[in-house]
Design a protein around this ligand. Structure first.
Ligand SMILES: *[C@@H]1O[C@H](CO)[C@@H](O)[C@H](O)[C@H]1NC(C)=O
Ligand SMILES: *[C@@H]1O[C@H](CO)[C@@H](O)[C@H](O)[C@H]1NC(C)=O
Length: 595
């Protein structure tokens, strides 16, 4: 829907700014830095100015008028037990919002659009190139020339190439906005976010001799549990289904339920490999398929699958068969330089049907993500949650951090990965073994430096920190969101790629495995006409905890330390533990009449 520019008057400007600005002097020239890096981000090199005539689409994300309303409502619809949220007949649990209700909740302050449009008009951006998306919370400026983008944002857009992957993007090392717009605009995309989440696909080892074209070399130095080559593929679907107690369950709403897998960077799965995997590991489901949804020019070539996509899809399908599985192949749009995550969220806001459970196995070191961007993306995740979607995201495969983790000031800081650190998603760590199941050494875990600790995990995390005492003080942020929330097996997983069996490991696998268990719980709820689980954490940190198996040994070394230890209760290695489907089923909120 196009939004017509409305010419602004100084009256509106004065109301908005609450100031006595001089008439007709909106001061669009008073530019203040919104975000800037000190240097070109690591591993990116400038290729100079984009070719003349290059245009980009700019997305101006507006702040919500009532910033707390979204999160308050999210807690009300996701927390089955909180007395403040759930009293008597007024319980809002499971009453997920419609797109219209979300748009209302996140709408910007009155007259923001007019005000922002007057800025665009001042710079000669034609109204025909401005449209409103996300229910009026984002302004899209289509086909903006680089010169105009530079002028609007006090930026210097250049073409940059990633030195390892050769990905090229049009970005700027810094950008600014008129002072008057800072409190109205959350972020502008694309600007300073270079790094995007990358695959957690890890070091597949060949089962036996034979070519496995296209596989990456093993990452060295990973603390992987060593098992003999003869039985190194024991983490099979039947093992997982028995360990997490889903074997007996028969999906009853497979046609109405769906599980979504997020993919990007031209990575997608192969249906032939899935068929092969199923014939070996789930012979009752050899007719299994998935549906590929190509978003924003996302690619799909079934003959050239990626390890990550095959791993995610094969485990999601094997855990939930015959539930529908959607695979999103997210691209970078017409320009070829769009932001992947942002384009996926744009797609979801217009999609008629979003799967009730979504798994994401791509992460990026939080330090490489601008805070204004991370905050915006986390808001997008909270919107998915408030629509009733359970989002599971892997925490990464480097324990508390890769390398020595020494910062500029010489101190050691543990690393944590976005978007798992967003408090409105469920972060998934890794385990291995059984009787007892223990933490996998690679399990990403720790504390955000961007997002503060959400209420739902206050007690659980505080108990862990009391246990930890002074150890690692200064190496992690004791006031912030801890990850993971939950975990599942991460080592010795057979995967088929181009007809060959390889053994994979990583929290990449843990996320779709947990998503599979959650999707089966949603199946049960849908089949009974009940609301699906939506955002899981308020439940998991409350009554849901008794449906998890606490993991109490193992640790996640990294940054030249032993890392954190898994202990009784929550820990930043395995979270609250691993799922037990039968126990979770027995305590499902809303299962009985009272919910
Ligand atoms: C990146 O480009 C260089 C030079 O064009 C090439 O040698 C290299 O193989 C490319 N790397 C990847 C990962 O595609
Ligand atoms: C610690 O986390 C909070 C958010 O919880 C953040 O505001 C603060 O900047 C972080 N501290 C450091 C040193 O990064």
């Amino acid at each position: 829907m196009r939004h017509h520019l409305i010419s602004v008057t100084s009256v509106i400007a004065a109301i908005l700014l609450g100031s006595l600005a001089k008439p007709f002097s909106p001061r669009w020239h008073d530019m203040r830095i919104k975000h800037s890096w000190n240097a070109v981000p690591e591993n990116w090199e400038s290729l100079g100015n984009p070719l003349s005539g290059t245009t980009i689409d700019l997305y101006v994300a507006l702040k919500a008028h009532r910033e707390n309303a979204l999160i308050n409502t999210l807690h009300q619809v996701s927390d089955p037990n909180h007395p403040r949220h759930c009293c008597c007949s007024k319980c809002r649990y499971g009453k997920y919002l419609s797109d219209e209700q979300v748009a209302e909740l996140v709408s910007p302050p009155p007259r923001t659009l007019e005000f922002v449009n007057s800025w665009l008009e001042y710079h000669g951006v034609p109204s025909s190139s401005v449209s409103m998306t996300h229910g009026g919370t984002t302004l899209t400026l289509s086909g903006v020339s680089i010169m105009q983008a530079n002028a609007l944002l006090g930026a210097s857009y250049q073409l940059y190439r990633h030195v390892e992957t050769n990905e090229t993007v049009v970005r700027t090392v810094g950008y600014a906005l008129p002072a008057a717009l800072h409190r109205l605009v959350q972020t502008v995309v694309p600007t300073t976010c270079f790094s995007t989440p990358h695959t957690q696909w890890q070091s597949p080892r060949k089962r036996s001799g034979g070519a496995t074209a296209g596989l990456k070399e093993p990452v060295s130095g990973e603390p992987v549990t060593v098992l003999s080559s003869r039985d190194d593929d024991w983490t099979t679907p039947s093992f997982l289904r028995s360990l997490y107690k889903t074997t007996e369950y028969r999906p009853a709403a497979a046609d109405r339920n769906a599980l979504g897998i997020f993919g990007m960077q031209d990575e997608y799965p192969s249906p032939d490999d899935l068929a092969k995997f199923m014939s070996v590991y789930r012979s009752d489901g050899t007719d299994a398929t998935f549906i590929v949804v190509q978003v924003n020019a996302g690619k799909y070539d079934p003959t050239n699958p990626a390890g990550e996509s095959n791993l995610d899809t094969q485990y999601a399908v094997a855990m939930t068969y015959p539930t529908q599985v959607f695979f999103y192949s997210v691209g970078q749009g017409r320009s070829g330089t769009d932001d992947w995550l942002a384009s996926w969220f744009r797609y979801l806001r217009t999609a008629s049907n979003i799967p009730r459970t979504i798994s994401i196995s791509y992460v990026v070191d939080e330090r490489f993500i601008p805070v204004d961007y991370a905050t915006y993306m986390c808001t997008q995740f909270s919107i998915l949650s408030i629509l009733g979607v359970s989002v599971l995201i892997s925490t990464g495969d480097d324990g508390v951090g890769k390398g020595d983790c020494v910062t500029n000031d010489g101190s050691v800081r543990f690393i944590s990965n976005f978007p798992a650190t967003c408090p409105y998603v469920t972060a998934v760590g890794g385990t291995t073994g059984h009787e007892p199941e223990i933490a996998a050494g690679l399990s990403g875990g720790g504390f955000s430096n961007v997002f503060k600790r959400p209420d739902y995990q206050e007690q659980a995390v505080t108990e862990f920190l009391q246990h930890l005492g002074h150890q690692y003080q200064g190496k992690y942020n004791a006031t912030s969101r801890g990850i993971p929330d939950i975990s599942a097996q991460a080592l010795n997983l057979p995967v088929f790629i181009k007809g060959q069996k390889v053994i994979a490991y990583g929290t990449s696998a843990s996320a779709p495995i947990v998503a599979g268990v959650i999707s089966l719980l949603n199946d049960y709820l849908i089949s009974r006409g009940k609301a699906t689980l939506g955002f899981l954490n308020p439940w998991l940190y409350g009554t849901g905890m008794s449906g998890l198996t606490d993991i109490t040994s193992g640790s996640n070394p990294g940054c030249n330390t032993d890392g954190f230890s898994a202990i009784e209760g929550w820990d930043p290695v395995t979270g609250l533990g691993t799922p037990d489907f039968q126990r979770l089923l027995a305590i499902l909120p809303g299962r009985g009449g009272a919910g």
